[in-house]
Design a protein around this ligand. Structure first.
Ligand code: ATP
Ligand code: MG
Length: 392
């Protein structure tokens, strides 16, 4: 018996004239991921992607998990391929389905015939398959209203597909369909989640991490690279750029008032993010800021830092509670890494009483004590890049 994966489109089905573009973007990413798990035939028909192993060496389990992390796919299911006749469909149902129905109490069958030349109607397909399932799994009962599991039989153009239990896919839009964004990635909980959320909307990610050695450690950098690789399992391979803020922070401490340290530092981050985005062809900045979470994330502080942005700034966590952010961090597997206790450049030289309602003109006055352009150029020259290859 041959087993394949069926992936159902997410929001792509709502697209009109440019649907083809979204489908092509998805196809490209899917083929790329499939290559890591063996030799697959990937084809498209009726809002479904068919992923068919070409030989017995394919890792269908691995491909299944990778497909579940692919944005643009709303649901993934493993299915057995049957010939387009009831004899084959029933035999396949009996031999293939019991493994999915163990421990379940109730089921129903949904037959669907998209090939109208097939001699049985959809309700007839359902009834006959239901009988076959009951004979193979006598512990089951039929419950058409609230079944534990729904068995599906899809009679399509070239074959029939039998399966039980659809799994939720990642949803969203295919990565790359929404342009490329620069994720300001710290070692915290919020920024990996922010990157994931924008990747879900089709944004291809590139990351920027600011460090401050020796005040921040080699391990802090390793942690950020690990976070990037975890996000990359969903969003695809990404480049991580690293810039040193050490000299900027030392100058800030020497010349500026303590209550402004964090804000001034964040404005330097913005300037350097602008330059990195321009260099790398990113059309948006992405941060993990959440309104009111810390002093630098009040509305007034966000205005003071945001004033420098040269592209749109996406802050997908802005309206979320910490608990909601943590929930996503756990789901995408970044949480445990994020809580490892390494310092961030924002947590060295932190003011005891940071300004929570800063005024732009006062912040600019502070900056006049520094040679801003020179510091930015110098920091930018420290840029190093790492390519994080996604391990799907
Ligand atoms: P996170 O959990 O993402 O670290 P946070 O709650 O610690 O966020 P801040 O430290 O104020 O908040 O940072 C706000 C945002 O600024 C981060 O979400 C991230 O996008 C960016 N940022 C902070 N520190 C760095 C850094 N060292 N490198 C790159 N971006 C950073
Ligand atoms: Mg942080």
């Amino acid at each position: 018996m041959k087993e394949i994966l069926l992936c159902k489109y997410g929001e792509i089905v709502l697209k009109g004239a440019n649907r083809r573009f979204f489908e092509d973007t998805l196809a490209k990413e899917l083929r790329f991921r499939a290559a890591a798990f063996g030799s697959f035939n990937v084809r498209y028909a009726q809002s479904t992607v068919f992923i068919e192993p070409k030989d017995e060496y394919c890792d269908l389990d691995g491909m299944f998990e990778a497909a579940r992390r692919l944005f643009g796919i709303a649901g993934v299911v493993r299915a057995a391929v049957a010939e387009k006749n009831m004899e084959s469909i029933l035999a396949t149902a009996k031999s293939y389905l019991p493994q999915f129905l163990e421990g379940k109490k109730t089921f129903k069958v949904e037959g669907k015939r998209s090939d109208k030349a097939f001699p049985l109607s959809s309700p007839e397909i359902s009834r006959e398959t239901g009988g076959a399932v009951l004979s193979a799994c006598p512990w089951l009962r039929v419950d058409v209203h609230n079944p534990d599991v729904t068995v599906r039989v899809e009679v399509r153009d070239t074959a029939a597909y039998v399966h039980a239990g659809q799994f939720k896919g990642a949803g969203g839009l295919p990565v790359g369909a929404g342009g490329k964004g620069l994720l300001l990635l710290s070692g915290g909980i919020d920024s990996p989640v922010a990157g994931w959320m924008m990747a879900k909307r089709g944004v291809k990610l590139e990351a920027l991490y600011f460090e401050s050695m020796p005040y921040t450690s080699e391990q802090a950098r390793e942690k950020v690279l690990t976070l990037a690789s975890l996000v990359a399992r969903w969003s695809g391979s990404m480049q991580v750029n690293v810039i040193s803020l050490t000299h900027i922070q030392e100058e800030l401490v020497k010349h500026c008032d303590e209550e402004y340290f964090t804000l001034l530092l964040r404005r330097f981050m913005m300037r350097l993010a602008n330059k990195t985005a321009a260099l790398r062809g990113c059309e948006a900045l992405i941060t993990g800021e959440s309104l009111g979470q810390v002093a630098s994330q009040t509305m007034q502080a966000l205005n003071v830092t945001g004033a420098l942005a040269e592209t749109v700034v996406f802050r997908p966590c802005i309206g979320m509670d910490k608990e909601e952010i943590v929930q996503i961090a756990r789901m995408i597997d970044t949480f445990e890494t994020s809580i490892l206790p390494f310092e961030d450049c924002c947590t060295v030289f932190t003011p005891r009483h940071p300004k929570t309602r800063p005024v732009l003109s006062k912040v600019e006055e502070q900056e006049q004590r520094l040679n801003v352009d020179e510091l930015v150029e110098e920091a930018f020259s420290t840029l190093e890049s790492f390519y994080i290859r996604a391990k799907f």
